[in-house]
Design a protein around this ligand. Structure first.
Ligand SMILES: CC(C)(COP(=O)(O)OP(=O)(O)OC[C@H]1O[C@@H](n2cnc3c(N)ncnc32)[C@H](O)[C@@H]1OP(=O)(O)O)[C@@H](O)C(=O)NCCC(=O)NCCS
Length: 174
């Protein structure tokens, strides 16, 4: 498996993977947060325009998954992590996460739907921990541009050993 930077010509394949993998959310996330396609082409273009740098995992030229990294000054966000349904639970997500995580020395934050228990499990297995509700609200409002409803229905995970700016030092981390 190879992880490489995405290219303009990858867009259609990336969208196909994102929207197929996002089917996992159907009937799981709140109905008012679901829309179809989950990610329209214009939204992907907007995200790329907002400096989300997408990496793709591939094997023998077949795209297996995508993951974006967005620099936000004092932290880096992992955005839009999706593995093709037939290729899930084979380590592709882990390979992508390890790859992007190693590209930054800043604290890494990842937001996902509170109802996506499998994704939370995936991030926890990879060394990320859920932040408190209070911390989540603060981080989502500071670093993400998402509607209030999505703040309410999301969680944020962060790397246990990272220091999140503004987070009080005592007892929260080693
Ligand atoms: C979450 C996701 C990116 C992980 O990628 P992956 O290649 O499947 O993950 P890995 O193979 O590296 O790790 C697998 C682990 O992730 C968790 N996991 C992934 N998919 C799961 C599922 N459908 N059900 C339960 N656990 C799941 C489990 O802990 C699993 O370990 P296990 O197979 O030993 O139980 C991928 O499953 C996906 O695209 N899911 C749908 C979309 C999504 O939730 N994206 C996250 C957006 S923030």
């Amino acid at each position: 498996m190879n992880v490489r930077l995405s290219r303009e010509a990858d867009r259609a394949e990336m969208l196909a993977i994102i929207n197929a993998a996002a089917e996992a959310y159907r009937g799981v996330i709140p109905a008012d947060c679901w829309h179809e396609p989950y990610m329209p082409a214009e939204e992907l273009a907007t995200e790329i325009g907002a400096n989300v740098v997408f990496w793709v995992a591939e094997q023998e030229r077949q795209m297996l998954g995508v993951m974006g990294l967005q620099d936000k000054g004092d932290v880096t966000l992992v955005r839009h992590a999706y593995v093709a349904p037939a290729k899930q639970r084979k380590g592709v997500g882990q390979a992508l996460l390890r790859h992007v995580r190693a590209l930054t020395a800043k604290p890494v934050l990842i937001g996902t739907w509170a109802a996506a228990s499998w994704a939370i499990d995936f991030y926890e297995r990879n060394g990320f921990a859920l932040v408190s509700d209070e911390e989540k609200e603060r981080l989502l409002r500071r670093y993400w541009s998402i509607p209030a409803r999505q703040v309410e229905t999301s969680v944020v995970t962060w790397r246990r050993l990272d220091l999140v700016p503004g987070r009080r030092a005592e007892g929260h981390h080693r």
